[in-house]
Design a protein around this ligand. Structure first.
Ligand SMILES: Cc1ncc(COP(=O)(O)O)c(C=O)c1O
Length: 404
Protein backbone atom coordinates (compact mmCIF):
# COMPACT_ATOMS: atom_id res chain seq x y z
CA UNK A 1 0.00 0.00 0.00
CA UNK A 2 1.34 3.38 -0.93
CA UNK A 3 -1.67 5.47 -0.13
CA UNK A 4 -0.39 6.49 3.29
CA UNK A 5 2.85 7.70 1.77
CA UNK A 6 0.85 10.33 -0.09
CA UNK A 7 -0.42 12.06 3.04
CA UNK A 8 1.29 15.44 3.17
CA UNK A 9 3.87 15.31 5.97
CA UNK A 10 2.47 18.39 7.69
CA UNK A 11 -0.94 16.80 8.23
CA UNK A 12 -0.08 14.19 10.89
CA UNK A 13 1.88 16.94 12.64
CA UNK A 14 -1.10 19.29 12.98
CA UNK A 15 -2.48 19.56 16.48
CA UNK A 16 -5.87 18.02 17.16
CA UNK A 17 -8.31 18.34 20.02
CA UNK A 18 -5.81 17.30 22.70
CA UNK A 19 -8.58 17.74 25.23
CA UNK A 20 -10.11 14.50 24.07
CA UNK A 21 -7.36 12.51 25.83
CA UNK A 22 -8.61 13.73 29.19
CA UNK A 23 -12.21 13.28 28.17
CA UNK A 24 -11.49 9.63 27.29
CA UNK A 25 -10.10 9.11 30.81
CA UNK A 26 -13.14 10.80 32.25
CA UNK A 27 -15.41 8.46 30.28
CA UNK A 28 -13.59 5.43 31.68
CA UNK A 29 -14.25 6.68 35.20
CA UNK A 30 -17.87 7.50 34.43
CA UNK A 31 -18.33 3.92 33.14
CA UNK A 32 -17.29 2.75 36.62
CA UNK A 33 -20.12 4.81 38.10
CA UNK A 34 -17.90 7.70 39.28
CA UNK A 35 -19.36 11.21 38.99
CA UNK A 36 -16.99 13.09 36.69
CA UNK A 37 -16.85 16.88 36.73
CA UNK A 38 -15.93 17.90 33.21
CA UNK A 39 -14.34 21.35 33.14
CA UNK A 40 -12.88 20.53 29.73
CA UNK A 41 -15.91 21.45 27.63
CA UNK A 42 -15.87 24.19 25.03
CA UNK A 43 -19.59 24.43 24.42
CA UNK A 44 -22.55 25.82 26.35
CA UNK A 45 -24.57 23.18 28.22
CA UNK A 46 -27.79 24.86 27.03
CA UNK A 47 -30.15 24.04 24.21
CA UNK A 48 -30.57 26.52 21.37
CA UNK A 49 -33.49 28.94 21.89
CA UNK A 50 -36.91 27.36 21.19
CA UNK A 51 -37.59 29.53 18.12
CA UNK A 52 -34.35 28.26 16.58
CA UNK A 53 -35.42 24.64 16.97
CA UNK A 54 -38.87 25.49 15.60
CA UNK A 55 -37.35 27.08 12.50
CA UNK A 56 -35.08 24.06 11.93
CA UNK A 57 -38.11 21.78 12.12
CA UNK A 58 -40.05 24.04 9.80
CA UNK A 59 -37.23 23.99 7.26
CA UNK A 60 -37.24 20.20 7.37
CA UNK A 61 -41.04 19.98 7.03
CA UNK A 62 -40.97 22.35 4.10
CA UNK A 63 -38.39 20.22 2.36
CA UNK A 64 -35.73 22.93 2.58
CA UNK A 65 -33.13 20.19 2.41
CA UNK A 66 -31.15 20.78 -0.76
CA UNK A 67 -28.04 22.73 -1.62
CA UNK A 68 -28.21 26.47 -1.13
CA UNK A 69 -26.18 29.31 -2.64
CA UNK A 70 -22.53 28.70 -1.74
CA UNK A 71 -22.26 32.07 -0.05
CA UNK A 72 -25.21 31.29 2.23
CA UNK A 73 -28.93 32.02 1.93
CA UNK A 74 -29.81 35.68 1.55
CA UNK A 75 -32.07 35.61 4.58
CA UNK A 76 -29.16 34.56 6.81
CA UNK A 77 -26.61 36.92 5.25
CA UNK A 78 -29.06 39.78 5.72
CA UNK A 79 -29.63 38.81 9.34
CA UNK A 80 -25.85 38.68 9.90
CA UNK A 81 -25.29 42.06 8.23
CA UNK A 82 -28.13 43.61 10.27
CA UNK A 83 -26.72 42.20 13.49
CA UNK A 84 -23.22 43.55 12.78
CA UNK A 85 -24.53 46.91 11.60
CA UNK A 86 -26.83 47.42 14.56
CA UNK A 87 -24.23 46.39 17.07
CA UNK A 88 -21.11 47.95 15.55
CA UNK A 89 -22.25 50.35 12.82
CA UNK A 90 -20.08 48.13 10.66
CA UNK A 91 -21.55 49.08 7.28
CA UNK A 92 -21.50 45.46 6.15
CA UNK A 93 -23.69 44.49 3.22
CA UNK A 94 -25.01 40.93 2.75
CA UNK A 95 -22.62 40.44 -0.17
CA UNK A 96 -19.71 41.06 2.19
CA UNK A 97 -20.70 38.02 4.24
CA UNK A 98 -19.84 34.37 3.63
CA UNK A 99 -21.59 31.62 5.61
CA UNK A 100 -19.32 28.75 6.62
CA UNK A 101 -19.62 25.39 8.34
CA UNK A 102 -18.66 26.69 11.77
CA UNK A 103 -16.19 29.38 12.77
CA UNK A 104 -13.38 26.87 12.50
CA UNK A 105 -13.90 26.53 8.75
CA UNK A 106 -14.01 30.32 8.55
CA UNK A 107 -10.64 30.54 10.31
CA UNK A 108 -9.07 27.83 8.19
CA UNK A 109 -10.31 29.22 4.88
CA UNK A 110 -9.34 32.81 5.67
CA UNK A 111 -5.82 31.91 6.71
CA UNK A 112 -5.37 29.38 3.93
CA UNK A 113 -6.53 31.92 1.36
CA UNK A 114 -4.29 34.74 2.54
CA UNK A 115 -0.94 33.15 3.28
CA UNK A 116 1.63 31.59 0.99
CA UNK A 117 4.38 29.16 1.94
CA UNK A 118 7.08 30.99 3.86
CA UNK A 119 4.76 33.72 5.18
CA UNK A 120 4.39 34.39 8.89
CA UNK A 121 1.23 34.61 10.98
CA UNK A 122 1.54 36.24 14.39
CA UNK A 123 -0.48 34.56 17.11
CA UNK A 124 -0.65 36.10 20.61
CA UNK A 125 -0.26 33.20 23.01
CA UNK A 126 -1.81 31.36 24.86
CA UNK A 127 -4.24 30.79 22.02
CA UNK A 128 -6.96 28.61 20.61
CA UNK A 129 -5.02 26.19 18.42
CA UNK A 130 -6.89 26.52 15.09
CA UNK A 131 -5.05 29.67 13.88
CA UNK A 132 -1.52 28.30 14.05
CA UNK A 133 -2.59 24.99 12.54
CA UNK A 134 -4.31 26.65 9.58
CA UNK A 135 -1.14 28.66 9.00
CA UNK A 136 0.99 25.52 9.12
CA UNK A 137 -1.38 23.65 6.81
CA UNK A 138 -0.90 26.48 4.30
CA UNK A 139 2.90 26.25 4.56
CA UNK A 140 3.20 29.44 6.62
CA UNK A 141 4.89 29.79 9.98
CA UNK A 142 2.98 30.67 13.14
CA UNK A 143 4.96 33.14 15.22
CA UNK A 144 3.78 32.92 18.81
CA UNK A 145 4.04 36.12 20.82
CA UNK A 146 3.44 35.61 24.55
CA UNK A 147 0.86 37.88 26.11
CA UNK A 148 1.60 39.80 29.30
CA UNK A 149 0.40 38.25 32.54
CA UNK A 150 -0.16 40.15 35.73
CA UNK A 151 -1.30 38.68 39.03
CA UNK A 152 -4.96 39.43 39.64
CA UNK A 153 -5.32 40.91 36.16
CA UNK A 154 -4.58 37.96 33.90
CA UNK A 155 -3.46 38.25 30.30
CA UNK A 156 -3.29 41.32 28.08
CA UNK A 157 -1.79 41.99 24.65
CA UNK A 158 1.90 42.82 24.55
CA UNK A 159 1.81 45.43 21.82
CA UNK A 160 5.53 46.11 21.87
CA UNK A 161 6.33 42.43 21.51
CA UNK A 162 3.76 42.12 18.71
CA UNK A 163 5.37 45.02 16.84
CA UNK A 164 8.86 43.55 17.33
CA UNK A 165 7.68 40.22 15.92
CA UNK A 166 6.64 41.79 12.61
CA UNK A 167 8.95 41.00 9.71
CA UNK A 168 8.74 41.44 5.95
CA UNK A 169 7.10 38.00 5.85
CA UNK A 170 4.28 38.82 8.29
CA UNK A 171 0.88 38.66 6.59
CA UNK A 172 -1.58 38.34 9.45
CA UNK A 173 -1.96 39.01 13.15
CA UNK A 174 -4.62 37.01 14.95
CA UNK A 175 -6.91 38.56 17.53
CA UNK A 176 -9.47 36.54 19.49
CA UNK A 177 -11.64 38.73 21.72
CA UNK A 178 -13.12 37.75 24.21
CA UNK A 179 -10.38 35.23 24.56
CA UNK A 180 -10.14 31.47 24.71
CA UNK A 181 -8.45 30.08 26.84
CA UNK A 182 -7.74 32.98 29.22
CA UNK A 183 -11.17 34.62 29.62
CA UNK A 184 -9.54 37.99 28.89
CA UNK A 185 -11.51 40.83 27.38
CA UNK A 186 -9.07 43.17 25.71
CA UNK A 187 -9.58 46.84 26.52
CA UNK A 188 -10.73 49.37 23.89
CA UNK A 189 -7.25 50.89 24.18
CA UNK A 190 -5.56 47.59 23.35
CA UNK A 191 -7.90 47.02 20.40
CA UNK A 192 -7.35 50.50 19.01
CA UNK A 193 -3.59 50.26 19.44
CA UNK A 194 -3.49 46.88 17.69
CA UNK A 195 -5.61 48.20 14.85
CA UNK A 196 -3.35 51.23 14.46
CA UNK A 197 -0.32 48.94 14.42
CA UNK A 198 -1.89 46.82 11.67
CA UNK A 199 -2.65 49.92 9.60
CA UNK A 200 0.77 51.42 10.10
CA UNK A 201 2.51 48.19 9.13
CA UNK A 202 -0.07 47.29 6.45
CA UNK A 203 -0.81 43.91 7.98
CA UNK A 204 -4.21 42.24 8.08
CA UNK A 205 -5.90 41.30 11.35
CA UNK A 206 -7.79 38.02 11.49
CA UNK A 207 -10.31 38.76 14.21
CA UNK A 208 -12.36 36.00 15.84
CA UNK A 209 -15.16 37.38 18.03
CA UNK A 210 -17.08 34.15 18.54
CA UNK A 211 -17.53 34.94 22.26
CA UNK A 212 -18.84 38.46 21.61
CA UNK A 213 -21.98 37.88 23.68
CA UNK A 214 -20.12 36.38 26.63
CA UNK A 215 -19.02 39.67 28.16
CA UNK A 216 -19.37 40.12 31.93
CA UNK A 217 -17.55 43.32 32.84
CA UNK A 218 -15.81 46.09 31.06
CA UNK A 219 -16.34 47.49 27.62
CA UNK A 220 -16.20 45.22 24.62
CA UNK A 221 -14.76 47.03 21.61
CA UNK A 222 -15.74 45.18 18.45
CA UNK A 223 -13.14 45.43 15.70
CA UNK A 224 -15.85 46.40 13.21
CA UNK A 225 -16.24 49.70 15.07
CA UNK A 226 -12.87 50.80 13.67
CA UNK A 227 -13.30 53.07 10.68
CA UNK A 228 -11.84 51.70 7.47
CA UNK A 229 -11.76 48.15 8.89
CA UNK A 230 -12.49 46.56 5.53
CA UNK A 231 -8.96 47.21 4.30
CA UNK A 232 -7.35 45.55 7.30
CA UNK A 233 -9.70 43.03 8.85
CA UNK A 234 -11.06 39.58 8.11
CA UNK A 235 -13.82 39.09 10.65
CA UNK A 236 -14.92 35.68 11.94
CA UNK A 237 -17.92 34.87 14.10
CA UNK A 238 -20.56 32.16 14.35
CA UNK A 239 -23.58 30.71 16.07
CA UNK A 240 -21.89 27.95 18.08
CA UNK A 241 -21.40 29.79 21.36
CA UNK A 242 -23.99 32.60 21.32
CA UNK A 243 -26.92 30.36 20.48
CA UNK A 244 -25.55 27.05 21.81
CA UNK A 245 -25.62 25.70 18.25
CA UNK A 246 -22.26 23.90 18.03
CA UNK A 247 -23.67 20.87 16.20
CA UNK A 248 -25.42 22.99 13.58
CA UNK A 249 -21.97 23.91 12.22
CA UNK A 250 -22.65 27.51 11.36
CA UNK A 251 -20.09 30.30 11.19
CA UNK A 252 -19.43 33.32 9.04
CA UNK A 253 -16.83 35.67 7.65
CA UNK A 254 -17.33 39.39 7.04
CA UNK A 255 -14.78 41.05 4.78
CA UNK A 256 -14.37 43.26 1.77
CA UNK A 257 -16.43 42.02 -1.19
CA UNK A 258 -13.37 41.04 -3.26
CA UNK A 259 -12.13 38.84 -0.43
CA UNK A 260 -15.55 37.24 0.03
CA UNK A 261 -15.70 36.49 -3.71
CA UNK A 262 -12.38 34.66 -3.46
CA UNK A 263 -13.40 32.81 -0.32
CA UNK A 264 -16.70 31.84 -1.91
CA UNK A 265 -14.71 30.11 -4.65
CA UNK A 266 -12.90 28.17 -1.96
CA UNK A 267 -16.20 27.37 -0.21
CA UNK A 268 -17.73 25.94 -3.40
CA UNK A 269 -14.74 23.68 -3.77
CA UNK A 270 -14.73 22.51 -0.15
CA UNK A 271 -18.30 22.21 1.13
CA UNK A 272 -20.66 23.65 -1.54
CA UNK A 273 -22.73 25.39 1.13
CA UNK A 274 -23.41 25.31 4.87
CA UNK A 275 -26.23 22.93 5.89
CA UNK A 276 -29.54 24.33 4.61
CA UNK A 277 -31.47 23.60 7.80
CA UNK A 278 -28.80 25.20 9.97
CA UNK A 279 -28.88 28.32 7.83
CA UNK A 280 -32.62 28.76 8.29
CA UNK A 281 -32.26 28.16 12.03
CA UNK A 282 -29.33 30.58 12.13
CA UNK A 283 -31.32 33.38 10.52
CA UNK A 284 -34.11 32.87 13.07
CA UNK A 285 -31.54 32.90 15.88
CA UNK A 286 -30.23 36.33 14.91
CA UNK A 287 -33.68 37.79 14.34
CA UNK A 288 -34.56 36.93 17.92
CA UNK A 289 -36.08 37.04 20.45
CA UNK A 290 -32.75 37.39 22.27
CA UNK A 291 -34.17 36.81 25.78
CA UNK A 292 -33.02 33.15 25.93
CA UNK A 293 -29.46 34.23 25.07
CA UNK A 294 -29.57 36.99 27.69
CA UNK A 295 -30.81 34.53 30.32
CA UNK A 296 -28.08 32.07 29.43
CA UNK A 297 -25.40 34.75 29.70
CA UNK A 298 -26.77 35.82 33.11
CA UNK A 299 -26.39 32.23 34.26
CA UNK A 300 -22.83 32.21 32.93
CA UNK A 301 -22.12 35.40 34.89
CA UNK A 302 -23.30 33.71 38.11
CA UNK A 303 -21.09 30.72 37.33
CA UNK A 304 -18.17 33.00 36.60
CA UNK A 305 -18.56 34.70 40.00
CA UNK A 306 -18.91 31.35 41.76
CA UNK A 307 -15.94 29.66 40.11
CA UNK A 308 -13.73 32.68 40.68
CA UNK A 309 -14.65 32.73 44.37
CA UNK A 310 -14.12 28.99 44.82
CA UNK A 311 -10.83 28.79 42.92
CA UNK A 312 -9.48 31.77 44.85
CA UNK A 313 -9.59 29.52 47.94
CA UNK A 314 -7.24 26.93 46.42
CA UNK A 315 -3.74 27.27 47.93
CA UNK A 316 -1.09 28.23 45.39
CA UNK A 317 -3.62 29.19 42.71
CA UNK A 318 -3.40 32.71 41.26
CA UNK A 319 -6.75 33.52 39.75
CA UNK A 320 -7.86 36.42 37.57
CA UNK A 321 -11.58 37.05 37.18
CA UNK A 322 -12.52 36.36 33.55
CA UNK A 323 -14.30 39.25 31.88
CA UNK A 324 -15.42 37.30 28.85
CA UNK A 325 -15.89 33.87 27.20
CA UNK A 326 -16.53 30.94 29.57
CA UNK A 327 -13.07 29.98 30.72
CA UNK A 328 -10.99 30.71 33.76
CA UNK A 329 -7.24 30.24 33.50
CA UNK A 330 -5.58 30.04 36.90
CA UNK A 331 -1.83 30.14 37.25
CA UNK A 332 -0.78 27.03 39.15
CA UNK A 333 3.00 27.48 38.87
CA UNK A 334 3.42 27.69 42.66
CA UNK A 335 1.69 24.33 43.10
CA UNK A 336 3.80 22.80 40.33
CA UNK A 337 6.97 24.06 41.94
CA UNK A 338 6.09 22.52 45.32
CA UNK A 339 4.85 19.22 43.95
CA UNK A 340 7.25 18.76 41.05
CA UNK A 341 4.37 18.08 38.65
CA UNK A 342 4.45 19.35 35.09
CA UNK A 343 1.41 21.26 33.83
CA UNK A 344 0.20 18.13 32.01
CA UNK A 345 0.82 15.87 35.01
CA UNK A 346 -1.35 18.13 37.14
CA UNK A 347 -4.32 17.71 34.80
CA UNK A 348 -3.67 13.97 34.39
CA UNK A 349 -3.49 13.25 38.11
CA UNK A 350 -6.49 15.44 38.81
CA UNK A 351 -8.66 13.42 36.46
CA UNK A 352 -7.25 10.10 37.66
CA UNK A 353 -7.55 10.78 41.36
CA UNK A 354 -10.50 13.15 41.60
CA UNK A 355 -12.39 12.65 38.32
CA UNK A 356 -12.13 16.33 37.43
CA UNK A 357 -11.27 17.23 33.84
CA UNK A 358 -9.24 20.39 33.18
CA UNK A 359 -7.00 21.19 30.24
CA UNK A 360 -3.30 21.96 30.70
CA UNK A 361 -2.37 25.44 29.50
CA UNK A 362 0.25 23.87 27.27
CA UNK A 363 -2.61 22.77 24.97
CA UNK A 364 -2.90 26.42 23.90
CA UNK A 365 -0.79 25.52 21.91
CA UNK A 366 2.88 26.19 22.54
CA UNK A 367 4.70 27.58 25.59
CA UNK A 368 2.93 30.57 27.11
CA UNK A 369 0.29 28.41 28.81
CA UNK A 370 2.90 26.49 30.81
CA UNK A 371 1.99 26.69 34.51
CA UNK A 372 -1.71 27.38 33.84
CA UNK A 373 -4.83 25.23 33.48
CA UNK A 374 -8.01 26.01 31.59
CA UNK A 375 -11.27 25.43 33.39
CA UNK A 376 -14.50 25.87 31.46
CA UNK A 377 -17.52 27.04 33.42
CA UNK A 378 -19.97 25.76 30.82
CA UNK A 379 -21.15 23.36 33.54
CA UNK A 380 -23.91 23.72 36.12
CA UNK A 381 -23.37 25.37 39.48
CA UNK A 382 -23.58 22.11 41.46
CA UNK A 383 -20.71 20.74 39.42
CA UNK A 384 -18.75 23.96 39.87
CA UNK A 385 -19.08 23.63 43.65
CA UNK A 386 -18.22 19.92 43.60
CA UNK A 387 -15.40 20.21 41.06
CA UNK A 388 -13.66 23.15 42.74
CA UNK A 389 -13.97 21.37 46.11
CA UNK A 390 -12.22 18.35 44.65
CA UNK A 391 -9.51 20.56 43.12
CA UNK A 392 -8.93 22.17 46.52
CA UNK A 393 -8.71 18.79 48.24
CA UNK A 394 -6.36 17.50 45.55
CA UNK A 395 -4.01 20.48 45.86
CA UNK A 396 -4.06 20.40 49.67
CA UNK A 397 -3.26 16.69 49.67
CA UNK A 398 -0.43 17.07 47.17
CA UNK A 399 1.08 20.06 49.00
CA UNK A 400 0.98 18.16 52.30
CA UNK A 401 2.63 15.11 50.69
CA UNK A 402 5.30 17.34 49.14
CA UNK A 403 6.18 18.83 52.56
CA UNK A 404 6.75 15.40 54.16
C1 LIG B 1 -11.96 31.06 19.85
C2 LIG B 1 -12.73 30.05 19.10
N1 LIG B 1 -12.93 30.22 17.77
C3 LIG B 1 -13.60 29.32 17.05
C4 LIG B 1 -14.12 28.18 17.62
C5 LIG B 1 -14.81 27.17 16.73
O1 LIG B 1 -16.16 27.40 16.63
P1 LIG B 1 -17.09 26.50 15.71
O2 LIG B 1 -17.63 25.42 16.58
O3 LIG B 1 -18.16 27.43 15.24
O4 LIG B 1 -16.29 25.96 14.60
C6 LIG B 1 -13.95 27.95 18.99
C7 LIG B 1 -14.48 26.73 19.62
O5 LIG B 1 -14.12 26.34 20.69
C8 LIG B 1 -13.25 28.92 19.74
O6 LIG B 1 -13.04 28.76 21.05
Amino acid sequence: MVVESLVRPIIPRLLGEKGFIYIAKAKELAAKGIHVVNFGVGQPDFRPPAHVIEEAKKALDEGFTGYTEAQGIKELREAIADYLNERYQAEVSPNEVLVTTGAKTAIFMSIFALVSPGDEVIVPEPSYYAYSEAARAGGAKPVFVPMKWRSGEGFSLDLEALESAITSKTKLIVLNNPHNPTGSLFSPKEIEALYELARRKRIVLLVDEIYDNYVYDGEFRGILEQSGWKDYVIYVNGHSKTFAMTGFRLGYIAAKKEVITALRRLAVNIYSCAPSISQRAGAAALRGPWEPVKKMIEEFRRRRDLIYEELSKVPGFEVAKPRGAFYIFPRIAKVLKETGFSTEEFSEKLVEEKAVVTLPGTNFPDKAGKGFIRISFAVNREDIVEGTKRIREFVEEKLTEAKK
